[in-house]
Design a protein around this ligand. Structure first.
Ligand code: FAD
Ligand code: FES
Length: 367
């Protein structure tokens, strides 16, 4: 039965949001800041590599952005996020400039699949590739491996623009000092100073291949791969690992930005909507069915929120899977599907924040 009134946003908002108080603000580089939060009661329950969704009002409108936790629940007493400025970006510039200890920020509970299970008996070699702010979830994962798995090793390939742009430089150096036999860090700088003697230039497939091939020399270590950074680097990592025959379930990737979703948004704003037309979509939210009318310039999420449905979401770019639902009937067009694994796509999952109905019988179940 349709019930468009049952899951109104306001009714559940209060219970969904968790107010976190900023405890400390640490400037990592000229354009990146780390915010540590006081522990709420009960303690924030998160897995290394997961992200928080920050909820703030800009120009009277509620907006959300995802930020990976850079801390490890096994090591760090206080949860933290690191935020790098994006030119003209609303959240990233605000968080870099105007946030001080004592400020409270509403967040949604931690989410995300860019993580793994840690166990003291594991004997794994973790290959981590990070670029720019992509180091944030990798930091949490790296620290968690080192503290929980005495028989495991970590190799990190970390790309930054220059020496001054290396986020967590000191913390990484200190981890290497304490774990010389288990942690190897290779920095790749795209525009280093003339004194730099390490790896430099654009990270190529050959560089990634050389890094990943080290795994072949260690047959007795199980391998696991994590990559977080711009789409180009991530695509190269995935291609190289695929060519090396690494099973896809051992490769985890996280993207922070989707050019495809951005373009689709821009096109919609300019009335470029191609084959799309206004259609009704049935959205099942925690068992309640609602009929949502989706105009060609809107995604299913935007239309649902516009009708006051309390649909879950975070990044709105098809990357974080917070808005994931299973397509029960009909066809949709997704502007971006990087957030979904091949298995999820096969199982019929769609991301409502980048989906548009292509047929009149679209029915989506959001669990
Ligand atoms: C799962 C997940 C985890 C994330 N974790 C982090 C994190 O740990 N640290 C962090 O700093 N960011 C992280 N992000 C990115 C973050 O959520 C925001 O997208 C970013 O801070 C930009 O938001 P903004 O409000 O400042 O910019 P907006 O106001 O949203 O955008 C301003 C302009 O910049 C463009 N733009 C936005 N992001 C980018 C980008 N990355 N590259 C190029 N152009 C862009 C937009 O298209 C727009 O034109 C994460 C994103 C996801 C999906
Ligand atoms: S809200 Fe992040 S994938 Fe849809």
């Amino acid at each position: 039965m349709f019930n468009i009134f049952k899951k109104k946003k306001e009714e559940v908002k209060e219970s969904q949001f968790l107010p976190l108080k900023v405890r400390e603000v640490v400037r990592e580089t000229e354009d990146t800041v780390t915010l540590y939060f006081e522990q709420p009661e009960p303690f924030l329950d998160y897995k290394p590599g997961q992200f928080l969704t920050l909820v703030m009002d800009f120009e009277g409108k509620e907006q959300r952005r995802s930020y990976s936790l850079c801390t490890s629940p096994y090591v760090d007493p206080f949860p933290g996020i690191s935020v790098k400025r994006v030119p003209k970006g609303k959240f990233s510039n605000f968080l870099n400039e105007f946030v001080f200890p004592g400020k409270t920020i509403n967040v949604l509970k931690p989410l995300g699949n860019f993580t793994t299970d840690f166990h003291s008996k594991n004997k794994k070699h973790f290959f981590l590739v990070a670029a720019g702010s992509g180091i944030t979830p990798i930091m949490g994962i790296m620290k968690s491996v080192l503290v929980n798995e005495p028989n495991s090793k970590v190799s990190l390939l970390y790309c930054s623009r220059n020496e001054n742009q290396i986020i967590f430089k000191k913390e990484i150096e200190s981890l290497v000092e304490k774990n010389t036999d288990r942690l190897e860090v290779i920095h790749n700088l795209s525009q280093p100073s003339t004194e730099w003697t390490g790896m430099k230039g654009r990270l190529t497939k050959e560089n990634i291949l050389e890094f990943a091939k080290k795994a072949e020399a260690e047959p007795d270590f199980e391998k696991e791969y994590f990559a977080c950074g711009p789409e180009g680097i991530m695509d190269n990592v995935v291609t190289v690992l695929d060519e090396l025959g690494v099973p896809s379930e051992k490769v985890h990737r996280e993207s922070f930005y989707s050019a495809a979703a951005d373009k689709a948004h821009d096109d919609a704003a300019h009335g470029i909507t191609g084959e799309l037309m206004t259609r009704d979509v049935t959205v099942i939210l925690e068992g309640d069915e609602s009929l949502v009318t989706v105009a060609p310039d809107k995604t299913i999420l935007e239309a649902g929120l516009g009708q006051d449905l309390n649909m879950p979401y975070s990044c709105q770019s098809g990357l974080c899977t917070a808005c994931r639902g299973r397509l029960l009937s009909g066809k949709v067009k997704m502007d971006e599907d990087a957030g979904l694994s091949p298995n999820e796509l096969e199982a019929g999952y769609v991301l409502c924040c980048v989906s548009h109905p292509l047929t009149d019988d679209v029915k989506i179940n959001i669990e």
